[in-house]
Design a protein around this ligand. Structure first.
Ligand code: COA
Length: 386
């Protein structure tokens, strides 16, 4: 019997060639390409193909993938009608999980999955992968309008995933700088080794459940406050602080009360999260481009970072990716409760890459347990129980 390690901390649950983290050096790479290289040169679409197929695509393969994605932006009428009947107070993650799971009913095909990486399997896997990745962002953007009682904005097939997401959210021509930032945010959130939601995708995938079940399960896992959701709390925290001049007193008070500062620290990284460094640069570019027209939250955030560096830097606690993504999404006009759903949009690429890796060399997950319950005992009739 092996030792029990709570949370499986340090236990290797799979072998994977998809991504790599070196937390001491602050390094994250997808398929051997550093996140800095991908953020500077790639697009969400290209990074998705890299994660899925293992290599950077040729220009013909990328063009064909983009065309297929665009042709699947439109959401089925019945799914849209179903969404109109959801309670308007429903959390975007609950909506997304339900909508993705429901989509699966329109694309049956479990019989295609046999756990081999060939023929029928591969065709089904590729088609469903495109379908899911293409539809995640439109579903999230549609919900913004549907929950308010409005008709959603129709998708536009001339736009990239990032541009179309902003367009469907705002109904306005997407701003080039904000579109670039959204594209980088999608790249940065697309994959992060074997976290809880990815592990959930592996476990469901190992039963040869459909990709819709796999992804809806992963969305449910991501929805918990210990996984997704810190960027939402960053924005709430910055609102509560109010202004840059109040940041120092607020942080000192929070730390004295042993509270966490949202968006600071990461279990994997003991130096600044490399994704945070990339987003910090984009925040600075946005500040120098837009100056005072930006929300005052940016000034508060910069002050919070400066003070946290002084108070927490010696513990290896620095801003993580969520510290900046929240303020950037807020500037794009996206409601704070949608931030985790945007994380899911991006992470669908990583989840599906891990799903494909799992089923191409599958063995069903069936761990063991250490039984700590009672020995076998006799049944006590009701009349004899006290
Ligand atoms: N605010 C204040 N103090 C923090 C902190 C934070 N955000 N993150 C870590 N610390 C402190 C811990 O209290 C601990 O202090 P101590 O040594 O005096 O007890 C020290 O830094 C070391 O932290 P550690 O316990 O090793 O961190 P962890 O790996 O257990 O926790 C997180 C990692 C992410 C859970 C934690 O940093 C956190 O809660 N951050 C805020 C939530 C967040 O932004 N999550 C998104 C992650 S992408």
């Amino acid at each position: 019997m092996s030792d029990f390690l709570p949370g499986l901390e340090g236990v290797a649950a799979t072998k994977s060639a998809i991504s790599f983290i070196d937390g001491e050096k602050g390094l994250l790479s997808y398929r051997g390409y550093s996140i800095e290289t991908l953020a500077a040169n790639s697009s969400f679409e290209e990074t998705t193909l890299l994660l899925l197929e293992g290599e950077l695509p040729s220009s013909a393969d990328l063009a064909s993938f983009k065309t297929k994605l665009k042709s699947h932006y439109r959401i089925k009428y019945h799914i849209r009608e179903m969404m109109r009947h959801f309670p308007s107070s429903a959390h975007p993650m609950d909506m997304l999980q339900t909508a993705v799971s429901s989509l699966g009913m329109f694309y049956p095909g479990t019989e295609c999955l046999t756990g081999s990486d060939a023929g029928e399997d591969l065709r089904y896997v590729r088609n469903m992968t495109v379908n899911i990745i293409a539809q995640m962002a439109p579903l999230v953007a549609m919900w913004e309008h549907i929950r308010g009682g409005y008709n959603p904005v129709e998708p536009r097939e001339d736009l990239s995933v990032a541009e179309n997401l902003l367009y469907m959210f705002t109904g306005k021509e997407p701003d080039p700088m904000l579109s670039k930032i959204m594209d980088v945010c999608l790249i940065l959130h697309a994959e992060h080794t074997l976290n809880a939601s990815t592990f959930s995708a592996l476990v469901s995938g190992s039963t040869l459940a459909t990709p819709y079940s796999v992804i809806s399960g992963a969305i449910g896992t991501l929805s918990g406050p210990l996984h997704g959701g810190a960027n939402f709390r960053v924005v709430e925290m910055l609102k509560e602080i109010g202004s840059a001049d109040k940041a120092e007193a607020w942080i000192d008070n929070a730390l004295a009360n042993k509270e966490v500062i949202w968006g600071m620290g990461h279990r994997e990284y003991k130096v600044k999260d490399p994704r945070a460094t990339i987003l910090h640069k984009l925040v600075n570019e946005l500040i120098s481009d837009r100056g005072n027209s930006l929300d005052s939250t940016f000034k508060t955030a910069m002050k919070v970072e400066e003070i946290c560096k002084d108070r927490l830097g010696h513990k290896g606690v620095y801003p993580n990716v969520d510290f900046y993504s929240g303020i950037l999404y807020a500037e794009m006009g996206i409601s704070a409760d949608q931030f985790t759903a945007l994380f899911a949009v991006a992470r669908s690429a990583g989840w599906l890459a891990h799903w494909r890796e799992q089923i191409s060399d599958n063995r069903i997950y069936r761990p063991t347990q250490i039984y700590i319950g009672s020995d076998v005992r006799g049944y006590t009739p009701m009349s004899e129980r006290s």
